[in-house]
Ligand binder design. Structure first.
Ligand code: DQA
Length: 148
């Protein structure tokens, strides 16, 4: 059976494609997810994607992943900067965790400079546009390989 990666997408990411394209580019979330999933499947993983504009949905998906997934890749959107509840949920997941952002929050408004998630993930990839997702998948693979 293939190993599952949970790809989590937070608020407003469902609007990618038309949302601030000068910052986030013109690709839709479905395009990012499809590319990520296709590459992951070539590498022997299955991908479950959950997008929600509601914090609790993301928290429950992280809980469920404890019994289904080997890794979580998360773009929490603005919840990155505010959600200690999502951070606590991720902390309970003992598999590989990679935070991902299309833009580079550290180079943007001050409120984006803090990531509540940063302390509970293995690492963060930010600022590479669509390639951030490709790099996040590579990070997952390397971290899992290092565990074997
Ligand atoms: C984002 C960066 C966040 O600051 C922002 O709130 C988003 C998208 C990114 O992918 O660059 O919604 O996570």
């Amino acid at each position: 059976m293939s190993k599952e990666i949970l790809l989590l997408s937070g608020p407003n990411l469902d609007q990618l494609g038309t949302r601030s394209p000068e910052i986030y580019g013109t690709q839709t979330l479905a395009e990012h997810v499809n590319r990520f999933s296709e590459q992951a499947e070539l590498d022997g993983f299955s991908v479950r994607h959950v997008q929600s504009n509601f914090e609790g949905d993301l928290i429950e998906a992280a809980h469920a992943a404890r019994s289904t997934s080997v890794a979580i890749v998360i773009n929490a959107g603005a919840l990155t900067h505010t959600s200690w509840a999502l951070t606590d949920a991720l902390a309970m997941f003992s598999g590989v965790k990679v935070e991902v952002h299309l833009s580079n929050p550290a180079a943007r408004e001050p409120f984006r400079h803090v990531s509540t998630l940063a302390g509970v993930v293995n690492g963060s990839i930010a600022g590479f546009g669509p390639a951030s997702y490709d790099l996040a998948l590579e990070a997952v693979q390397r971290l899992l390989a290092a565990q074997q």
